[in-house]
Ligand binder design. Structure first.
Ligand code: SF4
Length: 385
């Protein structure tokens, strides 16, 4: 990969718009590419196995034309769109998939995916939804069986040392991405929300060392910039699940606002929690994915009161609002996404109590519904200006 200081943003844009470009090159070089969905797939194990972890995304501007013959339309539109893309051959370079149990839309369609894509390797990770000690032990056994199945597929042993090395690489990658996020704290931010989304999308399509090289290059480039002159505008944070494209960021920034922070699964949810290096490396990995990655499907019962529980579940958003000087929050949830949908009332009132206005939007993971989103966003920005 030819990322050098100075061309990181251009490379990120290219990898974002031609998603899978680098994976195809690596496949041609003989690497094995294993796809995964969501922020709770343990990428450290894939890296330790010597395969390329590749996060699948959808094609938000393309209508679903094949998936609905196989999946009910109450499955969330994100999952249907990604599956549709796979059926259309956009992921023909995959050697296999690691499918974590995030929500019903994924759990109940795992067999449909596996049967129709018919890849050489398939593994379902039954990650639990509660965070107590027995669930950590259960997750460790899920990880052990994942390791055994990957070893069987690749014919290579995955040692504890390789796992620790992979943990270090992914932690470094997360730290670099957080450094890049911190450049959004400037007012105006040094990197736009659209550019940031391009970097995040590109990063999840690359092996971890290449992803880190890309982020480093972008940081160098962005740090050399003069702050954009004369555009003081509302600073927005977006919250939701699988927002994996620039479309919404473009809507927000074309409406004269800055997208300065997120709480989404390809963004801060993936890059804020690190993995502890523990004597049994699976302990640290299990704890990260169960107790640290804040996804709506993990039940957090911390706190003696309802208020304490809300603080445990959403307190990080309050910190983001303060650190990134957020003026307004957009909750962006897909139709039929029960996990995030159920969280909306509590999340909305929790954020509003900080004095920060909230706009709740339900979307269909399609650019065809964006004009409606645009109208709502523009009205919201007018209100908070
Ligand atoms: S958007 Fe919601 S329903 Fe769809 S995969 Fe994510 S958590 Fe599941």
């Amino acid at each position: 990969m030819s990322v050098t200081n100075g061309n990181g943003l251009a490379k990120a844009k290219e990898y974002c718009s031609e998603y899978g470009l680098r994976a195809k090159e690596l496949k041609a070089e003989g690497r094995q590419i294993i796809g995964y969905l969501t922020a709770i797939a343990p990428v450290e194990i894939l890296t330790a196995a010597g395969v390329v972890p590749f996060r699948l995304k959808g094609w938000v501007s393309e209508p679903i034309t094949k998936a609905d013959a196989h999946m009910e339309t109450i499955v969330c539109p994100f999952v249907r769109n990604v599956f549709d893309s796979a059926l259309k051959g956009k992921y023909s370079f995959l050697d296999g998939m690691a499918m974590p149990h995030l929500c019903d839309s994924i759990d109940r369609t795992n067999d449909v995916w596996s049967y129709n894509l018919d890849l050489p390797y398939w593994h379902f990770l039954n990650i639990p939804h509660v965070t107590d000690d027995p669930s950590i032990e259960f997750t460790k056994s899920v990880l052990r069986s994942f390791i055994t199945s990957l070893e069987g597929f690749t014919g290579r042993k995955i040692t504890d040392q390789a796992i620790v090395e992979a943990v270090k690489q992914h932690n470094e990658n997360r730290s670099l991405m957080r450094d890049l996020y911190s450049l959004r704290k400037e007012n105006p931010p040094l990197i736009s929300g659209v550019e940031m989304m391009e970097v995040m999308v590109a990063a999840m399509s690359l092996p971890v060392d290449e992803s880190s090289a890309l982020i480093k290059s972008v940081i160098e480039e962005v740090k050399r910039r003069e702050p954009p002159a004369g555009k003081k505008a509302p600073r927005i944070m977006i919250v939701g699940g699988q927002i994996d494209n620039v479309a919404v960021a473009e809507v927000i920034e074309n409406a004269n606002a800055w997208l300065v922070m997120d709480d989404i699964t390809m963004g801060s949810k993936a890059y804020w929690p690190t993995t502890d290096i523990t004597p049994d490396p699976l302990q640290g990995i299990a704890e990260r994915y169960l107790r640290k990655v804040r996804v709506a499907t993990t039940y957090i019962d911390t706190g003696d009161t309802y208020e304490e529980n809300l603080e445990a579940r959403f307190g990080h958003m309050k910190r983001y609002i303060n650190e990134f000087k957020v003026d307004g929050v957009i909750l962006f949830v897909y139709k039929y996404c029960d996990p995030y949908g159920f969280d909306v009332p509590a999340m909305k009132s929790f954020i509003e109590e900080t004095g920060t206005p909230v706009l709740y939007l339900e979307d269909e993971y399609s650019t065809s519904s964006l004009s409606r989103v645009k109208t709502r966003v523009e009205a919201f920005l007018e209100m908070i200006a």
